[in-house]
Design a protein around this ligand. Structure first.
Ligand code: ADP
Length: 255
């Protein structure tokens, strides 16, 4: 997937042949790869490659809350730490978490919380550490998606997974899964996530301009894309157990 480096905004975001700058059709997703159980020291973990985004997520919990004063006597707490590596973007990012990382951590906490049965874990915490190693647009959506997988990999009881994607508008056309340059140089960006147990949005942000009809169309585009991404998540979880089964059957089940 071509990476357009530097913040040089092209005049047009569609090529002569009608494709997007990275060669995709309007509603085509970037290539997505997911894997669970990738970090041996975490209770659960997952890795996601989504276009040029590369993201690791580690989950710990349920465990004691540190610092202790954050503990709640009637329910567990969820803490999410979204961080971008210094080398994840073209210009070195300062290592200290900035305002954007704090905001995204908060948004991701709200997005993931409905999945968990926190009422069953008074005094405990679940902690989700997300490291963006390479960033190219839509990282908050990619992080919600990979965090749900890592929580499931940790064996945390969940109502369902959550899946996220950004839809939006570039050069006046509605598109699915905006890349970094489309996010910056486009007309509008609408990151959203669905919790599958109730099919409700648990993340919906909006930046830019579009009319109400376009907004409604975007939600339909998002739903279509989310269904496909959810399938990839489920396969990533299944693949871990297929690999374990093969290992213990001495490769007898291997096709
Ligand atoms: P999201 O990654 O969820 O789309 P933003 O809209 O804030 O979040 O960022 C869009 C893209 O801009 C990011 O995916 C990343 O590629 C780039 N970006 C974010 N922060 C920085 C930064 N500090 N320096 C350079 N590029 C950045």
């Amino acid at each position: 997937m071509p990476l357009i480096i530097k913040d040089e905004y092209p005049e047009k975001l569609f090529r002569e042949d009608g494709k997007r700058l990275d060669g995709r059709d309007k509603h085509e997703l970037r290539p997505i790869k997911m894997e669970v159980g990738v970090l041996k020291n975490a209770d659960g973990s997952a890795y996601l490659e989504w276009g040029n985004n590369k993201i690791y997520c580690a989950v710990y919990g349920p465990r004691d809350v540190h610092p202790h004063y954050l503990a709640k006597p009637d329910k567990g707490i969820l803490r999410v730490f979204y961080r971008m590596s210094t080398f994840s973007v073209f210009e070195r990012k300062r290592p200290a978490p900035g305002r954007r990382e704090k905001e995204i951590s908060m948004v991701l906490t709200d997005c993931l919380e409905p999945l968990l049965f926190l009422e069953l874990y008074p005094g405990n915490s679940f902690e989700v550490f997300i490291n963006v190693m390479d960033a190219d647009g839509g990282t908050r959506c990619a992080c919600a998606t990979v965090a749900a997988l890592a929580l499931a990999d940790a064996g945390v009881p969940m109502r369902s997974l959550v899946t996220a994607v950004a839809v939006g508008k570039i050069d006046g056309e509605l598109v699915t899964d905006l890349s970094g340059i489309e996010d910056k140089a486009g007309d509008a960006d609408l990151p959203c996530a669905i919790t599958w147990f109730n099919e409700e949005f648990s993340l919906l942000q909006f930046d830019g301009k579009m009319d109400l009809k376009e907004f409604d169309k975007c939600l339909i585009l998002a739903k279509n894309a989310l269904t496909k991404i959810h399938e990839i998540q489920l396969n990533a979880l299944k693949n871990k157990y297929i690999a374990i089964q093969e290992e213990y059957s001495g490769g007898k089940n291997k096709k």
